[in-house]
Design a binder for this molecule. Structure first.
Ligand code: SAH
Ligand code: DHB
Ligand code: MG
Length: 236
């Protein structure tokens, strides 16, 4: 043990070890290239909050998209295009990522970042409230993967739409489904609206007979993460 560690408490050491492991996994399995780094730098310069997924989460999305042999991906909530770049890079050249984003200022940044990362040909940003845009996607369904990461209170409605726009075998991933445990346990009436939406999302994802689901603490600090669902049968 090195000297600068002797004064650390056991819990500080655990966090430090977790950070070192996360860093090593990121360097080995999920390094960012210029396209991803540029998207983050542009977002920072534009004053957007740094609430994008982690590199490990990005690589995980990519892995799921490849496992599903995804040709069509839908993203709900795009911010500056960081998660979208990870997802679009899992697509073949003729594949398509449709990203829904409410903020027109973000949309400009997203389109630039997609082009800069070399995925401009496979991506499309649609600007508006997701619940208004989703009904127009029926003719473009089914999507092989849906990534939900917009405002939290309508998450249960986003899940309904994701299932509607899916086929058996489609994967649905939702970010921020742990929230330090608040999205897993708690009485809905004493929660903020956003937490209530996440609780209900997990309740439905875990009990809907059409879904096989699991919540995984995969964010950088292991206190938040994805709920992942596979659509198994649409007539259950
Ligand atoms: N997926 C991104 C982070 C998304 S942050 C990444 O990991 O890189 C959430 C985004 O959802 C923000 O850009 C916000 O403007 C957008 N958003 C919030 N409410 C929305 C709504 N009702 N419809 C569509 N987008 C919404
Ligand atoms: C927030 C939103 C997110 O999607 C996220 O991953 C982290 C934070 C937020 O609105 O604060
Ligand atoms: Mg998120």
């Amino acid at each position: 043990m090195t000297n600068d560690r002797v004064d650390l408490t056991a819990s500080q050491q655990r966090v430090q070890t977790q950070q070192e492991i996360e860093q090593a996994i990121t360097e080995i399995f999920a390094p960012e290239d210029d396209g991803l780094r540029n998207a983050l730098a542009t977002a920072r310069a534009a004053g957007l909050p740094p609430i994008q997924i982690s590199p490990v989460q990005g690589k995980f999305l990519q892995l799921l998209a490849r496992a599903a042999n995804a040709r069509k991906i839908l993203e709900i909530g795009s911010l500056a295009g960081y998660s979208g770049i990870w997802l679009a890079r899992a697509l073949p050249h003729e594949g398509r990522l449709i990203s829904l984003e409410i903020d027109p200022k973000h949309a400009m940044i997203i389109r630039n970042s997609f082009a800069n990362a070399g995925v401009g040909d496979r991506t499309e940003v649609r600007v508006g409230k997701a619940l208004d845009l989703l009904p127009h996607l029926t003719s473009e369904a089914p999507f092989d993967l849906v990534f939900i990461d917009a405002d939290k209170s309508p998450y249960p409605q986003y899940l309904d739409w994701a299932i509607r726009l899916s086929r058996p075998g489609s994967i649905i991933v939702a970010d921020n489904c742990i929230r330090g445990g608040k999205a897993l346990r708690g009485s809905a009436n004493e929660q903020e609206e956003s937490t209530a939406g996440l609780l209900e999302y997990n309740r439905r994802a875990s009990s809907d007979p059409r879904l096989t689901s699991l919540a995984l603490a995969v964010d950088a600090g292991h206190t938040d993460g994805f709920t992942i669902s596979v659509v198994s049968s649409l007539d259950a």
